[in-house]
Unconditional design. Structure first.
Length: 244
């Protein structure tokens, strides 16, 4: 497949799956890998990824469970086009469909109550609270410029059938905001895992699973520690990345 001058192909280390990324724009990070592991797709799940960016999360989910089908929504036309080419490169264009659109208009894009699993790696930068990145693709991926967490929850609630799951990764200091937004949309928090860079340090990320129209009851899982030492992944992280 022909690439643009500012693009490269990366091996995802998942059964030969590959991803096109820009050398001068937003590229996926550890949070996407953690979310795809945490979400644990089930056989034949119908999945939607909100704000898919490069399309890495649906590819990683497919790498874990190749029976899934997925729709991936992305607001930036150039990113959506690049993600579509990644699906074609992997011969998955009929299984993972990329749609250009704004998740705030989700009712015009995708049908209600169709999905078993919705995932999102939303922008972390709170509107008005962080310095904006001058690069548009990085700015939209990292800052709440086009949507906030309440918009994401509303979209997920529209897409999920009763008992369907929504999973996301978010800054740990904003956990209460996250759970409040979820419950306001009838997405009940069911599973929580805190992510720490090193043992003994405060969590910097959280992984949350909610369920549509579920009864209250939250399972707090053991913490996930990324590094044993500076630059040295923990045993669990090596397992998540497929290093062992």
């Amino acid at each position: 497949m022909e690439l643009l001058h500012n693009e490269r192909v990366d091996d995802l280390q998942r059964g030969g799956l590959r991803l096109i990324q820009r050398t001068d724009g937003f590229r996926f990070g550890t949070d996407a890998v953690l979310l795809s592991d945490f979400a644990s797709p089930r056989r034949h799940d119908c999945v939607c990824d909100l704000g898919t960016g490069t399309g890495v999360i649906p590819l990683l989910l497919y790498g874990r469970e190749p029976t899934i089908t997925a729709d991936a929504v992305e607001i930036q036309p150039d990113m959506a086009e690049m993600a579509s080419r990644s699906m074609t490169m992997n011969a998955l264009e009929d299984r993972i469909r990329v749609k250009t659109g704004d998740l705030r208009q989700i009712r015009e894009l995708l049908p209600a109550a169709r999905y078993d699993l919705v995932v999102c790696n939303p922008p972390y930068g709170k509107a008005g609270g962080t310095l904006l990145n001058p690069d548009e693709s990085k700015r939209l991926a990292r800052h709440e410029e086009t949507c906030g967490i309440s918009d994401v929850m509303a979209a997920a609630a529209w897409l999920l059938h009763t008992g369907g799951r929504f999973c996301c990764v978010f800054p740990a200091p904003r956990l209460l905001e996250l759970t409040d937004s979820a419950r306001a949309c009838k997405l009940e928090p069911k599973r929580l895992r805190m992510v720490h860079s090193f043992s003994g340090r405060a969590a910097h990320l959280c992984l949350l699973e909610t369920m549509r129209d579920a009864r209250p009851g939250l399972t707090v899982e053991p913490p996930l520690v990324i590094y044993d030492a500076e630059g040295v992944y923990s045993t669990e992280m090596r397992h998540i990345y497929g290093m062992e």
